[in-house]
Design a protein around this ligand. Sequence first.
Ligand SMILES: Cc1cc2nc3c(=O)[nH]c(=O)nc-3n(C[C@H](O)[C@H](O)[C@H](O)COP(=O)(O)OP(=O)(O)OC[C@H]3O[C@@H](n4cnc5c(N)ncnc54)[C@H](O)[C@@H]3O)c2cc1C
Length: 405
Amino acid sequence: MTDFSLELNEDQTTIQKWVHDFAEDVVRPAAEEWDEREEFPWPVVQEAAAIGLYGFEFMATALGDPTGLSLPVALEELFWGDAGIGLSIMGSGLAAAGISGNGTPEQVMEWVPQCYGTADDVKLGAFCVSEPDAGSDVSSLRTRAVYDEANDEWVLNGTKAWITNGGIADVHVVVAAVDPELRGRGQASFIVPPGTKGLSQGQKYKKHGIRASHTAEVVLDDVRVPGHCLLGGKEKLDAKLARAREAGHSGAKQPAMATFEATRPAVGAQALGIARAAYEYALDYAKEREAFGRPIIMNQGIAFKLADMKMEIDAARLLVHRAAWMAATRKEFVAGEGSMSKLKAGEVAVWVTEQAIQILGGYGYTREYPVERWHRDAKIYTIFEGTSEIQRLVIARNISGLRIE
Ligand SMILES: Cc1cc2nc3c(=O)[nH]c(=O)nc-3n(C[C@H](O)[C@H](O)[C@H](O)COP(=O)(O)OP(=O)(O)OC[C@H]3O[C@@H](n4cnc5c(N)ncnc54)[C@H](O)[C@@H]3O)c2cc1C
């Protein structure tokens, strides 16, 4: 039994300070440059690897905290530094989570370290689920995986859209339909090892925010991977498909949903970091900036905005920490608590960063000040890893017990 506590323990405050120092000294000073360049910030990721912040050991330590709070605490600090760079450091974690969630212990040991490489030779991972015509509706994936029994190989064909680190990653984890008729329950995940023929990068997207993070299409053209690259193994997949065929369309719960609920608080924590950066900046600015002969914070119109910004951030953090604690202690999510945390934090980040622009006035609207960048960065948090509408759907279905559409 691990009690929930609002007080961070010594290990957690140590991680918090360590990540904060890196965010303040290395990440934030580099943020504007990489946003403008719209390129993957290799030197910053290499620095993160050199101190052990980028790497599977860090993720293993953070995830090993029985209270579940180390990871959200660390992510809030890193993303306080910059979200585009933060995602470049954390993007490989999506692939690692896909492998850990579906792979055998041997597959996890073999492939997760390869998603990160070493401090001297940094590698990347990418998690490829979304497609041009299947984003929220992940059950309609068109990418096909066909088994070639004679060669014990899987053949993958299709196009993936919006993939973080897509095409520049060393390890791509690809979710594909093995039996499209079974929709979500007919899918499986595959490792595409480094250098595999037939995998290429399609268009790289030009984005509104998180511009340092690389997002691109991944094209799979007769990609052949060995049988052992099927995560979880063939026996397990065959048994899963047989169960799904037996259940027919009775609508058995998709097991992936439980995993999503558990990872959502980490995404919420990233949004919190952006919101806090904007709030702190706006608070300082409001005390300095004078209009009508007094600091603008002396007007309730500004001071109350800041009070609400602080309150909303604290409320979002409580939801994030609650859901992270529930996931780590394996409490059952009965009301979509994971979704609540991501939904609230994402919407708070968008709202708080907009208020920050308002408080900075004309200056806030220019690229001379960071708040417009934070606002652009925040917006992705109502879209990826499940849109705000999808999070509301999860909560609504949980509280009602009904299949709300
Ligand atoms: C920068 C970025 C990085 C990304 N990284 C990755 C990645 O690494 N790997 C990956 O696999 N994917 C990634 N994605 C994809 C992301 O998860 C999808 O964009 C997201 O799930 C939404 O899908 P969509 O864009 O197809 O929107 P759609 O599903 O087409 O949705 C469009 C609108 O309709 C709404 N909507 C859809 N269905 C419903 C419904 N039933 N009820 C109410 N409203 C509904 C949505 O909420 C949204 O507002 C990334 C996306 C971006 C932009």
